[in-house]
Design a protein around this ligand. Structure first.
Ligand SMILES: Nc1ncnc2c1ncn2[C@@H]1O[C@H](COP(=O)(O)OP(=O)(O)OP(=O)(O)O)[C@@H](O)[C@H]1O
Length: 310
């Protein structure tokens, strides 16, 4: 096991613990998504693991060593980890290339230059090598910080919402290159997100935090098929939620159905279409089924009365 968090207890204010008995394991080479809504504790958890704050009790073991938090490190942070926080922390008077190469040795300048070029390509900033951070957008600064973290092949990388400032097209490109680099180099990655869809294809495990409680730790597939509660289901995208009573009444076998999991058939529960809109890869339909509004995705527009099957 590369990282083991055992019975972690942490609070910012006395009598108001954020984490109580939090447990978490990360194996070498694993990509772990840390998901949860804003304020659930994702950034705090990553900061504690990296050693930026002291925790009150519990243990954090990393690579067979017991970590002791900020008091045991002369410079903040653990040597074999790299953390990309939400403030990026770039050197203002160094160029993009200087920032990316900050942790790469100067012994072989040729190979350093090559490495920096490769990292700039991964984060899509090849044309910005000589630019100062002040002239970059927030999303570009975020990408410089990611490239810098990848530069020295740490044993573990902690990324705090790394796609939060990126537009759609950039996000797809960066995601592919970033996760491939992590897998090719057998690095471990803890990546926080409030939007699980964006990391699901690559996550070996998904852990979900709700108000500081770790409520689910499963594979991506298991999390999708059996979200622990409504909160987890909603992190996975648009979803239809049913109460226990509705579940019984409608003869459903689960409480969460994603819109593509409901089909339109010739025999099923009757429903009225109130809206059918083109949404790119599908039509997004709003139906009223026994007074309950539901969303169903289809590949053609719907109208009038239809029959749905779960
Ligand atoms: N320095 C601080 N002092 C007191 N409370 C704090 C401090 N930093 C964070 N908190 C509180 O701790 C909780 C967890 O915050 P944290 O930043 O870890 O959440 P998060 O899930 O990373 O949120 P976001 O996605 O918005 O960054 C929140 O309720 C927040 O208000």
């Amino acid at each position: 096991m590369l990282l083991e968090v055992k019975n972690l207890y942490f609070n910012y204010q006395t009598n108001k613990p954020l984490f109580q008995n939090l447990n978490l394991n990360v194996e070498k080479g694993q990509i772990i998504a840390v998901a949860g809504e804003s304020g659930c504790g994702k950034s705090t958890l990553l900061s504690l693991i990296y050693g930026l704050m002291d925790w009150q009790s519990g243990e954090i073991m990393f690579d067979g060593r017991l970590l002791r938090g900020p008091k045991s490190n002369l410079v903040p942070g653990e040597a074999d980890m790299k953390f990309v926080a939400q403030n990026y922390d770039l050197m203002p008077y160094g160029t993009v290339a200087d920032n990316v190469g900050k942790f790469i040795s100067n012994i072989n300048l040729g190979s350093k230059k090559e490495k920096v070029q490769k990292l700039l390509d991964i984060v899509g900033l090849t044309d910005y090598a000589d630019v100062l951070p002040i002239n970059l957008s927030g999303g570009q600064q975020q990408r410089v910080a990611i490239a810098r973290a990848l530069a020295v092949l740490p044993k573990m990388i902690l990324l705090d919402e790394p796609f939060s400032n990126l537009d759609f097209s950039r996000k797809f490109e960066l995601r592919d290159k970033l996760f491939s680099y992590v897998k090719d180099n057998n690095l471990s990655l803890l990546i926080s997100t409030h939007d699980l869809e964006e990391v699901l294809p690559w996550a070996d495990k998904v852990i979900v935090l709700q108000q500081g409680r770790l409520i689910q730790a499963d594979s991506a597939k298991e999390t999708y098929e059996n979200p622990y509660n409504d909160y987890v289901a909603k992190l996975l995208g648009e979803v239809n939620l049913f109460t226990e009573e509705e579940k019984r009444e409608l003869g459903l076998y689960k409480k969460h159905y994603f819109p593509h999991q409901i089909s339109i058939t010739t025999n099923g529960v009757e429903a009225e279409v109130s809206e059918s809109r083109f949404a790119g890869s599908h039509y997004r339909n709003k139906l009223q089924m026994k007074g309950k509004p539901i969303i169903v995705y289809t590949d053609h527009p719907l109208a009038g009365t239809v029959f749905v099957q779960f």
